[in-house]
Design a protein around this ligand. Structure first.
Ligand code: ZN
Length: 426
């Protein structure tokens, strides 16, 4: 059976987006191509007239885009889909050149988020992110440039099994300070690699012009489809670029559908480190944007908020066929079984009986199957942006996501049939 175009498009979206800043740039390019205009938080006036299409970016890593409904937000509210642009990874320290060891130059790394560390060993790792340089002209102004080096540049080599005999019984234990530095060059004694010099050459700028960076390692191997009948997607960053792609595609698909409510997509950075940042889901970003789109008084904004429904989309744990013991059998969604509704009675997800009913109804109307996830009662539950956004803004919502395996691995896995189903439901 031919696979849906949305699944192939998901692979392109992910491969184009090795970092949160690239993910935002990928979204921007697609929005602009479809007629969305960029506005800035420094602008005085924004408009949310019927059919208006615009977006705003905060600090490169978070983006909010909207399409005005036929009625103003005070009367018809917002229909919001939220997701996150970041994924766990390894990041390059500000002074990365370490003393040469065994003739090799290594780069000092930090972990970002809950990295499944063992999966990052023995990979072909490129470097991507943003580098900040001084802008020409007077005064202190800087500009950030996206960087992406696709060549295999770094590697965190495993210890041979002969030198770590117990590894298959005890698991791979890596000390984040001493075992993670990435090999990236041979270096004679005294030459410590010169990462900044290399970076300057890549960017074709003077080394002294580089004032800062946010640089990540990523697997240079492109995403693939696998399985006998290509049932599976093998890709990095499915958590949560899978949901970003679905949200963006759903927004772009809202052609002049005559909807009364304003359609809005909010993609936040920093979920993997708790969302508490100036551009994370716990920030003022979404509230600020809504206040400007509503205009008017505090009462107008409160009126609009009372008419919001948020779909917070983040990938869900699928039933692992080799580890059935970690699941609640009645609430263990399957790959390729459709979107998952996530609930938790202690508000790790922003779903309750009423909001879940809305989502189930929406799925039924769209002809999309709906699966359920509840964590085992004797296990701790993960969380995501849904509880944070609904709590801070006082709005209604649900947490959903497509089922997947290997969450937070450098190479994750989901079903190839689920992406179009989520897009349709959204
Ligand atoms: Zn996530």
């Amino acid at each position: 059976m031919p696979l849906p175009a949305e699944t192939f498009d998901l692979l392109s979206f992910i491969d184009a987006s090795p970092t949160p800043w690239h993910a935002v740039a990928t979204c921007e390019a697609r929005l602009q191509a479809a007629g969305w205009k960029r506005v800035h938080e420094t602008d005085a006036h924004w408009s949310c007239a019927p059919g208006d299409r615009a977006y705003v970016v905060r600090q490169g890593g978070s983006i909010i885009a909207w399409k005005g409904g036929t009625k103003p937000p005070t009367e018809a509210g917002f229909r919001i889909i939220g997701a996150h642009t970041d994924s766990p990874n390894l990041r390059i320290k500000p002074q990365p050149d370490r003393p040469t060891s065994a003739g090799c130059a290594t780069l000092g790394l930090e972990t970002y988020g809950g990295v499944l560390l063992a999966t990052w060993t023995d990979r072909d790792l490129g470097v991507a992110g943003r580098v900040t340089v001084r802008s020409p002209g007077e005064g202190m102004a800087v500009e950030s440039r996206l960087l992406r080096v696709d060549q295999p540049l770094c590697r965190v080599p495993n210890l041979a099994i002969h030198l770590n005999r117990g590894v298959n019984d005890s698991g791979l234990i890596l000390n984040k300070q001493t075992h993670l530095p990435a090999l990236w060059a041979m270096a004679p004694d005294g030459d410590e690699g010169g990462f900044r010099k290399w970076l300057a050459e890549e960017l074709r700028v003077d080394g002294a012009a580089i004032l800062g960076w946010d640089l990540c390692l990523f697997d240079v191997v492109p995403s693939t489809l696998s399985g006998r009948d290509r049932e599976f997607v093998n890709a990095p960053r499915l958590d949560n670029l899978g949901s970003c792609h679905a949200a963006l595609t759903a927004l772009l698909n809202t052609t002049d559908d005559g909807s009364e409510g304003t359609a809005l997509m909010a993609l936040f950075d920093h979920e993997e480190i708790g969302s508490r940042s100036t551009r994370g889901a716990a920030s003022s970003f979404l509230g600020d944007v809504m206040a400007r789109l509503v205009g008017g008084s505090v009462v107008d904004l409160a009126q609009a908020k009372a008419r919001i429904f948020l779909v917070s989309a983040d990938m869900a744990h699928a039933h692992h066929p080799n580890h059935p013991e970690v699941h609640d059998g009645q609430h263990a969604p399957q790959l390729n079984g459709g979107p998952v509704l996530k609930s938790h009675q202690e508000w790790r997800y922003a779903t309750d009986g009423e909001s879940s009913a809305v989502w189930r109804g929406l799925c039924a109307d769209a002809g999309v199957p709906c699966q359920e996830f509840v964590v085992r009662t004797d296990m701790a539950c993960g969380s995501t942006i849904g509880p944070i956004v609904t709590t801070s803004l006082g709005i209604d919502g649900v947490d959903v996501g497509n089922p997947m395996l290997s969450i937070h691995s450098i190479r994750e896995m989901c079903g190839s049939a689920d992406q179009p189903l989520m897009i349709r439901a959204m």
